[in-house]
Design a protein around this ligand. Structure first.
Ligand code: NDP
Ligand code: MG
Length: 392
C-alpha cells in the first residue's frame, strides 16, 4: 500500500514529537513531507536527518537565518540538506500546509497562528489531524463550513475529542443527548481561591497526568483548556453549549463520554498517552497494533467524577459565555487568553489577571454577529492591542 504523506505544523512540540514517534513506529505506512517550527532549529535538524522531509518552514526570522547558514555549511556533506526546501514565517507555514501532495496535515502549532495554514489545507481537501484547538475556538464556524464545502475531513487529536469521535463511530449524531467532557482538573483541583491568587508559574506548569507544552499547561491550570475544548466540541460535533457537560475526573482514564437519547452512555478509556489519539487520527478509520501501555483497571481501582468549581476557575465560565454569545466573542476570548498566558509565563501578571482581563476584553469589544475570516483576523488583532494597551 502507498505510504501516506504527512506534514506537521509544530513538529518540535509535545504533539509534534509524539506524532513523529507514531510515524517512527510505523515506517511502512507513513512518510514525512513537511515540518515547521518556531525557533527550535537544532531539534528540527535531528528530525530532518531522521525523517528526511522534502520541505521545512521556520517562523522566527533569526532562527530562519541561522538555519540557512547551517544548510549552506553542511549541504555538500549532508544529502538530507542538499535538496531541502526551506521557507520562512507565516507564509512558510502556509506553503507547507497547502502542498497538494500531502495526505494528512497534523496541526500541532500552538495558538491561532495555525488558522490560515489550516484553511489553505482544507481548500485542497487535505485531511486535517487537528490538535491546534485555538483554530476552532477562534474561527470554528468558518473552518467547519469550509471543511464541509471542500469535503476535507477534520480528525480530532485532542484526547477528549478523539474519545467523543470514537464514541460516535457508527452512531447517528442526531441522537446525542449530551457530551460528557472529562477534565483532569489540573494542578490546582480542590484548592481554594485564596491559595491561588499568588500562585507561581512553576506550580501552574506542573500538570498531574500529562506532559504538554507550556501554553496548554497554563490553560489546564486555569481550566481555560477545558473551556477551549467545550468550544472545540461544539464545532466538531454540533451540540449546544448546555449539552456539553464538563466532568472533572482526576484519573484521566475516561477520555470523554457521549450520552444518547435512549439514556445509554458510551465512553472511551485508556492510559493517558497522546500517541493513542494521534495514531487513531493517522490510521482512521482503521485501528492498528501498538505496544502502548495497556489499561489495568484493577490497579486503578476507582474512577472519580466531580463538578468543576466555576468560582475558583472563572475561565471555564467565560468560555461558556463566549459560546452562548457566539459571533466574534470566542475570538476575543482566545486572543486575550493567548496574550495573557504569555504575560503570566513572563511573570508580568498574576493568576487571576488572566480571567479578569479576558472578561474586560469580551465586554469592550465591538461584537460581530457573523464574522468573516477578515473580521476574525481584525478582532484578534484588536484584542491583542487592547490587552497590550492596558498592561503595557
Ligand atoms: P508546544 O508548545 O509543545 O509545541 C508547539 C509547537 O509549535 C512547536 O513545534 C513550536 O516550535 C511551534 N510554534 C510555536 N509558536 C509558533 C509560531 N508562532 N509559528 C510557528 N510555529 C510555532 O505545544 P503542544 O504540542 O503542547 O500543543 C500544540 C497544540 O496542540 C496546542 O494547540 C494545544 O492546545 C494542542 N494540544 C496539545 C496537547 C498536548 O498533550 N500537548 C493535548 C491536546 C491538544 P518551537 O519548538 O520552535 O518553539
Ligand atoms: Mg484535551
Amino acid at each position: 500500500m502507498k505510504k501516506k504523506n504527512i506534514s506537521i505544523l509544530g513538529s518540535t512540540g509535545s504533539i509534534g514529537s509524539q506524532t513523529l514517534d507514531v510515524i517512527r513506529r510505523n515506517p511502512n505506512d507513513y512518510q514525512v513531507e513537511g515540518l515547521t517550527v518556531n525557533k527550535s532549529i537544532e531539534k528540527l535538524l535531528e528530525q530532518i536527518n531522521e525523517f528526511k522531509p522534502k520541505s521545512v518552514a521556520i517562523f522566527d526570522d533569526t532562527a530562519y537565518q541561522d538555519f540557512l547558514d547551517i544548510v549552506k555549511t553542511n549541504q555538500s556533506t549532508n544529502p538530507n540538506l542538499s535538496q531541502l526546501e526551506v521557507y520562512k514565517g507565516h507564509e512558510g507555514l502556509i506553503k507547507i500546509a497547502s502542498s497538494k501532495t500531502i495526505d494528512i496535515l497534523v496541526t500541532a502549532v500552538v495558538g491561532m497562528i495555525g488558522l490560515l495554514p489550516t484553511v489553505e489545507a482544507i481548500k485542497n481537501s487535505t485531511t486535517i489531524a487537528l490538535a491546534n484547538k485555538e483554530t476552532l475556538v477562534t474561527a470554528g464556524k468558518i473552518v467547519m463550513d469550509l471543511a464541509r464545502q471542500y469535503k476535507a475531513k477534520i480528525l480530532p487529536v485532542d484526547s477528549e475529542h478523539s474519545a467523543i469521535f470514537q464514541c460516535l463511530n457508527g452512531e447517528d449524531s442526531n441522537k446525542i443527548d449530551k457530551i460528557l467532557l472529562t477534565a483532569s482538573g489540573g494542578p490546582f483541583r480542590g484548592r481554594p481561591k485564596e491559595d491561588l491568587i499568588k500562585v507561581s508559574k512553576s506550580a501552574a506548569l506542573k500538570h498531574p497526568n500529562w506532559s504538554m507544552g507550556q501554553k496548554i499547561s497554563i490553560d489546564s491550570s486555569t481550566l481555560m483548556n477545558k473551556g477551549l475544548e467545550v468550544i472545540e466540541a461544539k464545532w466538531l460535533f454540533d451540540v449546544e453549549p448546555e449539552d456539553i457537560v464538563v466532568h472533572v475526573h482526576p484519573e484521566s482514564i475516561v477520555h470523554s463520554m457521549v450520552q444518547f437519547e435512549d439514556s445509554s452512555v458510551i465512553a472511551q478509556l485508556g492510559c493517558p498517552d497522546m500517541r493513542v489519539p494521534i495514531q487513531y487520527a493517522l490510521t482512521y478509520p482503521k485501528r492498528i497494533d501498538s505496544n502502548f501501555e495497556r489499561l489495568d483497571l484493577f490497579k486503578i481501582a476507582s474512577l472519580n467524577f466531580e463538578k468543576p468549581n466555576l468560582d475558583t476557575f472563572p475561565c471555564l465560565a467565560l468560555a461558556y459565555r463566549a459560546l452562548k454569545e457566539g459571533g466574534s466573542t470566542a475570538t476575543v476570548l482566545n486572543a486575550a487568553n493567548e496574550v495573557l498566558v504569555e504575560k503570566f509565563l513572563a511573570d508580568k501578571i498574576g493568576f487571576y489577571d488572566i480571567p479578569k482581563y479576558i472578561e474586560q476584553a469580551m465586554d469592550e469589544h465591538s461584537f460581530i454577529d457573523r464574522p468573516t475570516l477578515d473580521d476574525i483576523l481584525a478582532t484578534d488583532a484588536w484584542t491583542r492591542d487592547y490587552i497590550e494597551s492596558i498592561l503595557g
